[in-house]
Design a protein around this ligand. Structure first.
Ligand code: CA
Length: 423
């Protein structure tokens, strides 16, 4: 295990017990500074400017081109490769660990490098070239199959043989805090065979985790299970906003389209795969049927990360409507990536692959309102006396996620989005 994962490590920066960002995390993001952007990390509530660290010589003898750190996106930084970005994480860990005085005792440098998170604008961490959404939680796929098809044969015949996915829209992926406008579109009223056009009535979230490609491949190249993790830089929380009524009418025969591409929200920090190493856990048994050899999984490739979804009405108290876990995935990220490239499809640094809605076995662990309210038949009681079948205008949906082991909590921060009324 790399030094930065040592559970006894502490930082000279104060880190609250419930903080997602102890010195063991060191995720990466982008901060807006004047007209520029900077590559940043965070410890506790202090955002650390990597451009300033580099400029002031704290990365020496490593050579990091300044333009990589004064950049609108992390793509060039990620392209440095895992060896280099891993070394940068180790260096940051050394500089900020308890007992390290070089930077702590230099007030001028400290002031230039550290920023209180409450005063910082975090922007989209990566330029997403391509985005793919999978459908890899067995409980979610089973729930949806039960509701819309045959309860006896909820999973379609291909589902246990391959990680089902579709190509989504990269242009409408936005960072946490960006409001989401209720979409308008075609839908079929319950008592009609003719479509109408209007605001979506069944607006939903999907609790997902996305991985960011860290190493590109060429067209025609295939990624194999044994080196799939080399191509995954890190993870972010992902809310795949979904207009269920638009989706229901449009999705046959080619799959999701306008019911999905009006917006997806991500958390501003990319948590590296290395930081999540302590939370690696066994993957579900895949014996009936066995996947084809190219998808065969022989090691622990799931991650024990608790995930939460809160709905917060505009002037009311919020409620946690979902507590699930990333470990529930049937198809893991490596299998998804291997399958994605098995035909020679190339991937590029910054591309994003979302897990699909993550549902556990019980209602409280379902990752969408579609499942939690079972198509609206079981509304959720809110603290203010109102009920939710889906998401109302002015509601804010907040997703959080973290793993915790040996007193060290590695988290993602949050992804939040407020729904604005349709225009
Ligand atoms: Ca989805």
């Amino acid at each position: 295990m790399i030094k930065a994962n040592d559970p006894t490590l502490k930082s000279w920066i104060d880190v609250a017990e419930d903080s997602d960002f102890p010195i063991q995390n060191i995720p990466f993001g982008i901060m807006k500074k004047g007209k520029n952007h900077r590559v940043v990390t965070i410890i506790g509530n202090q955002v650390i400017d990597l451009f300033e660290l580099n400029k002031r010589g704290y990365f020496k003898p490593m050579v990091v081109p300044p333009a990589v750190l004064r950049n609108e996106y992390l793509n060039d930084f990620i392209s440095l490769g895992k060896n280099k970005t891993g070394n940068i994480r180790e260096r940051i860990s050394d500089l900020f660990k308890k007992g390290s005085r070089k930077l702590k005792n230099n007030e001028k440098d400290r002031k230039a490098i550290l920023n209180d998170v409450s005063k910082v604008e975090l922007t989209m961490p990566v330029k997403v070239g391509d985005y793919t959404d999978f459908y890899s939680s067995r409980d979610h796929a089973t729930n949806v199959g039960k509701m819309f098809r045959d309860p006896e044969n909820a999973l379609l015949p291909n589902w246990l043989h391959l990680p089902v996915g579709y190509h989504g829209r990269a242009s409408s992926i936005v960072v946490s805090g960006t409001p989401i406008r209720r979409p308008k579109g075609q839908q079929i009223p319950a008592d009609s065979k003719q479509p109408v056009y209007g605001p979506c009535k069944l607006l939903d979230f999907e609790m997902e985790v996305a991985f960011v490609i860290g190493k590109s491949t060429g067209l025609g190249e295939t990624i194999h299970m044994k080196n799939a993790e080399d191509h995954i830089f890190g993870l972010t929380l992902f809310n795949d906003w979904s207009a269920r009524d638009i989706q229901k009418w449009e999705y046959v025969p080619l799959g999701p389209f306008l019911g999905k591409n009006f917006g997806s929200s991500i958390s501003p920090w990319i948590v590296t795969l290395e930081a999540l190493e302590p939370f690696r856990t066994s993957s579900p048994k895949q014996t009936d049927p066995k996947p084809l050899p190219y998808l065969k999984n022989t090691s622990k490739r799931n991650y024990d990360i608790d995930l939460y979804v809160d709905i917060i009405p505009e002037n009311g108290k919020g409620k946690t409507v979902c507590k699930t876990n990333f470990k529930y995935m049937y198809w893991n990220m490596c299998q998804q990536l291997v399958h994605h490239t098995v035909n020679g499809c190339n991937v590029n640094v910054g591309d994003m692959c979302a897990s699909g809605t993550i549902s556990g076995p019980e209602r409280g662990s379902f990752g969408s309102m579609l499942e939690i309210s079972w198509r609206g038949s079981m509304p959720v009681d809110m603290p203010d006396g109102s009920q939710r079948k889906f998401i109302n205008d002015h509601d804010t949906v907040v997703m959080r996620g973290f793993g915790e082991k040996k007193g060290v909590r590695i988290g993602f921060g949050e992804v939040s989005g407020k729904i604005l009324p349709a225009k």
